[in-house]
Design a protein around this ligand. Structure first.
Ligand code: 6PG
Length: 245
């Protein structure tokens, strides 16, 4: 696995480069095998990236009919809820592109049935790859991830036993009390680490220290920060904005 780190002086610069990178990988994968899978991140940081990606200079060059979109995690709220990761991506990107609705795989994150929602999403992912002759373990082409100030990624939080999950691909979890909404559905590390490429989008001065610890000594940092446990098959790319611009 190769690691690449790019530092930016603003979220705008980071987002523009991220849209460039995502668009390039999508086209590369479609040229190679005819289709491409991208797992999207939630939270605030990637929003501007999705907005850039929706612009004609990017969206116009992407063969959306061959792109299949999934989510790395979802909050257990209705899809129209402002806290929904699907809602954020739909507003910033999906609603502005020609991607077929059949190519969009949101998590059906029912607050009252989180465990069932997790199992259903796992089955949906497995079926998707099975139909395409994939192995048992899904191998997404590209996964976008963010990181919290505590080093969490997707909805894998420090100290959660899910970090040791070896079988399940998708689980229902509870975020720490300080993080709303608490009930979430998340991909597990087996699903995340079988991805070809991971692109971390991290912005903000308050995350600088954790990023530095992870980049300095990933194995040691993995004891404390879930983001340090992300080890994709081919490429790990960090796009970092250390400012609060
Ligand atoms: C979520 C994300 C989560 C996010 C980090 C960073 O659902 O919130 O999956 O892992 O990427 O919390 O969030 P910000 O980009 O908002 O700082």
């Amino acid at each position: 696995m190769q690691t690449r780190v790019e530092k930016f002086t603003s979220l705008q610069m980071l987002s523009k480069q991220a849209a460039e990178y995502i668009s390039k990988i999508i086209t590369q994968e479609i040229n190679k095998k005819g289709w491409c899978t991208v797992v999207l991140s939630g939270g605030k940081t990637p929003q501007l990236t999705y907005e850039y990606l929706s612009r004609p200079e990017y969206a116009g060059n992407i063969l959306w009919e061959h792109v299949h979109l999934f989510w790395g995690d979802e909050r257990c709220v209705p899809p129209e809820d402002p806290l929904s990761n699907f809602n954020m991506v739909n507003t910033a990107l999906l609603s502005k592109t020609t991607i077929p609705s059949d190519n969009i795989y949101p998590v059906q994150a029912k607050p009252e049935a989180a465990e069932q929602a997790a199992r259903a999403y796992e089955e949906e992912i497995k079926d998707f790859f099975l139909v395409r002759g994939g192995e048992d373990l899904p191998c997404f082409d590209l996964m976008l991830l963010g990181m919290g100030t505590d080093g969490h990624t997707a909805s894998l939080f420090p100290g959660d036993s899910i970090l040791d999950e070896k079988q399940r691909l998708v689980c229902a979890v509870c975020a720490p009390d300080t993080i709303e909404p608490q009930r979430r559905i998340t991909l597990t590390l087996p699903a995340i680490n079988n991805t070809g490429r991971v692109l971390f989008l991290v912005s903000g001065r308050e995350k600088k220290g954790v990023v530095e610890k992870i980049l300095d000594n990933r194995k040691k940092a993995a004891r404390f920060y879930p983001a340090a446990r992300v080890v994709p098959r081919e490429n790990l790319v960090w796009f970092i904005n250390e400012s609060n611009e």
